[in-house]
Design a protein around this ligand. Structure first.
Ligand code: AVJ
Length: 315
């Protein structure tokens, strides 16, 4: 068993895995993808030819960063959720007018610390305050610096798509509570051809499969589980009526897996659900934002309308 991670985190994972395996259907939160290996695999996904969201969002940021900066105004206090490798924020930091501070929030501590240190070498005088936190729980932010501009939260990558509609609503409500007078810059994957969507989650090199299966590797290492990695398969498909990619780990045979000595049965064909990745229409995003009390501003998109960046203000 791995003793290098904090015991409280390990216990939380253990509890959540226990709940996951006891449920019908079985399901675990996608946040458990992002251990060190999983974060590195996700970075590889972002480079895949089939995975268009990252490069499309970057191209939109590149083309429209100046307009976004104008919306952010003078001295913005910039927060980022699920900051990951801190690649996207560079486009905004390059054009931001005297940013007061940059607060990247991410669940993967070592990954975030390393990326923040690297960013600091490029933006020497920027105040960077990394926060290792799970923003799917109610979050709290470091107090605003006195005399600074708007609080602007950046939530790129369509990570909001991981949330159920109810969770997305709660997230928007948290934004309203914490960002009064400020704004949310939200990156969202838009509905497009099912073939394009399918390919993005079923890449030919099998990186997404490895990313999905890594959750079992992690459970074996950190929790002492005995998942047989050869007897589970990556399964990802577009559920059009519910507007989402669903990722599952599919049991290839009838088998028993143990956690803390307790047996959990998988039937052949039964799945452990690992992720939703919801896709949106422009109107759908605006409706969801309005419902939680945000107001809609400019939308920046690419020529194919594959991806959108939405400026949503908090009155
Ligand atoms: C980071 C949640 C936006 O849903 O596309 C990529 C994660 N999963 N490939 C997504 C992911 C499989 C990604 N998000």
């Amino acid at each position: 068993m791995d003793m290098t991670i904090p015991e409280s985190e390990r216990l939380q994972f253990m509890q959540d895995m226990q709940t996951a395996l006891s449920q019908t259907p079985k399901r675990i939160s996608p946040k458990y993808f992002y251990d060190q290996a999983g974060s590195a695999l996700f970075d590889s996904i972002c480079e895949l030819p089939e995975y268009y969201p990252t490069r499309t969002e970057l191209s939109i940021l590149q083309s429209h960063a100046a307009d976004m900066s104008a919306c952010m105004g003078e001295n913005p206090d910039i927060i980022e959720f699920g900051a990951g490798s801190l690649q996207k924020i560079r486009y905004l930091l390059n054009v931001a007018r005297n940013p007061a501070r940059y607060v990247p929030m991410d669940i993967s501590g070592p990954h975030l610390k390393a990326a923040s240190a690297e960013l600091q070498t490029e933006f020497v005088s920027l105040k960077i305050l990394p926060v290792v936190a799970d923003y799917t729980n109610p979050w709290h932010l470091p107090s605003a610096l006195p005399g600074t501009g708007k609080r602007v939260a950046f939530f790129p990558g369509s990570t909001i798509g991981n949330f159920s509609p109810a969770q997305a609503h709660t997230f928007f409500q948290n934004c309203v509570q914490h960002l009064r007078g400020g704004a949310l810059l939200l990156g969202v994957d838009l509905i497009k051809s099912p073939d394009v969507l399918h390919a993005a989650y079923n890449d030919s090199q099998g990186v997404t499969a490895a990313f999905n299966l890594n959750i079992l590797t992690r459970a074996n290492r950190e929790l002492g589980c005995d998942f047989d990695l050869t007897q589970f398969a990556h399964s990802a498909f577009y559920n059009a009526p519910l507007k989402r990619i669903e990722m599952h780990l599919l049991s290839l045979k009838s088998q028993i897996v143990h956690l803390n000595g307790v047996p959990y049965a998988f039937e052949q064909g039964e799945t452990l659900h690992t992720e939703y990745s919801h896709k949106f229409t422009i109107a759908g995003v605006q409706q969801a934002a309005h419902a939680a009390g945000l107001e809609t501003g400019p939308i920046w998109t690419d020529p194919q309308q594959y991806f959108g960046l939405f400026w949503l203000t908090i009155p």
